[in-house]
Design a protein around this ligand. Structure first.
Ligand SMILES: NC(=O)c1ccc[n+]([C@@H]2O[C@H](COP(=O)([O-])OP(=O)(O)OC[C@H]3O[C@@H](n4cnc5c(N)ncnc54)[C@H](OP(=O)(O)O)[C@@H]3O)[C@@H](O)[C@H]2O)c1
Length: 244
């Protein structure tokens, strides 16, 4: 039995995790941690923590997991470079799955995006468009960043230099090295992502649309069950799904 602790339990994803966990065989939620609750006080009851709280909170969650040698599944997005640096320091102490998106469909999109970028070659202009509900706090989404990172990797570009976040005013002609990233917000959209490959005379668009948070929750719970068998290290959902 995999004993799971959920942080950010009062949020949209936290509630989806609690509901989905009820129908997973061999997994039990032993504690739920909302804002103000003390993770350190209950961590010994669990094997693995699933964190869908907030980017800054994840730094402390990771520290507590490492100190207590508990596995950690990270679902939060919007981390600063400092957050990322601090969290990654714990990978030699505990196994961590860190994924900007836990859905099988989006991880298929990651794979397809890499393949399409390789096949279509350098002449195609690359743009990523995402849409999320009006309550989402960070932009662009972690998934859009992951897609842009895949594109930058294939083109051998540094994303910090290549990323073009939205356009406004007299921006001039599109540079060949740009990777456009655009965030749309509105309504109750769970998460849409499109990667556009545009050339003169043709265009390819790869799109994923999530209509339920259960897809992320079930992926994160699957990752937790997989992770408790792993050695310390940093893994992603492609590792969990065996796509590498
Ligand atoms: N990787 C994926 O597949 C995936 C999918 C969906 C969402 N996400 C990410 O997951 C995170 C949560 O998303 P959501 O839509 O569930 O957001 P949400 O509804 O705002 O839920 C986050 C919850 O965490 C709470 N929280 C904040 N700091 C905390 C702390 N230190 N300890 C415990 N709880 C704390 C918040 O409380 P307050 O509201 O009081 O601040 C809120 O209840 C976001 O970063 C989002 O981008 C990832």
């Amino acid at each position: 039995m995999t004993k799971v602790i959920i942080t950010g339990s009062q949020g949209r994803m936290g509630q989806a995790l609690i509901a989905c966990a009820k129908s997973i065989h061999g997994l039990e939620v032993v504690a739920t941690i909302g804002k103000g609750d003390n993770l350190a006080a209950v961590i010994q009851n669990g094997d693995v923590v699933i964190d869908f709280s907030a980017h800054a909170a994840t730094v402390e969650v990771a520290k507590i997991c490492a100190a207590n040698k508990k596995a950690l599944v990270i679902g939060t997005t919007g981390h600063t470079d400092t957050d990322t640096f601090e969290i990654k320091q714990h990978k030699s102490a505990i196994p961590i799955v860190w994924a900007s998106n836990f859905s099988t469909g989006v991880n298929t999109l990651f794979w397809l995006t890499r393949k399409a970028a390789e096949i279509l070659g350098p002449d195609f202009d690359l743009e990523v468009v995402e849409m999320h509900h009006r309550l989402k706090k960070d932009a662009p989404s972690g998934t859009a960043k992951s897609l842009a990172e895949i594109l930058a990797d294939v083109r051998k570009l540094h994303l910090n230099e290549a990323a073009r976040h939205g356009r406004q005013g007299l921006v001039g002609e599109r540079k060949h090295s740009e990777i456009g990233v655009h965030a749309i917000r509105g309504g109750d959209v769970v998460g849409d992502h499109t990667v556009i490959f545009a050339n003169v005379g043709e265009r390819v668009e790869l799109t994923h649309k999530a209509s339920s948070r259960d897809t992320f929750a079930n992926g994160a719970l699957r990752a937790a069950q997989w992770l408790v068998q792993q050695k310390p290290g940093l893994y992603d959902m492609q590792d969990v799904l065996g796509l590498k």
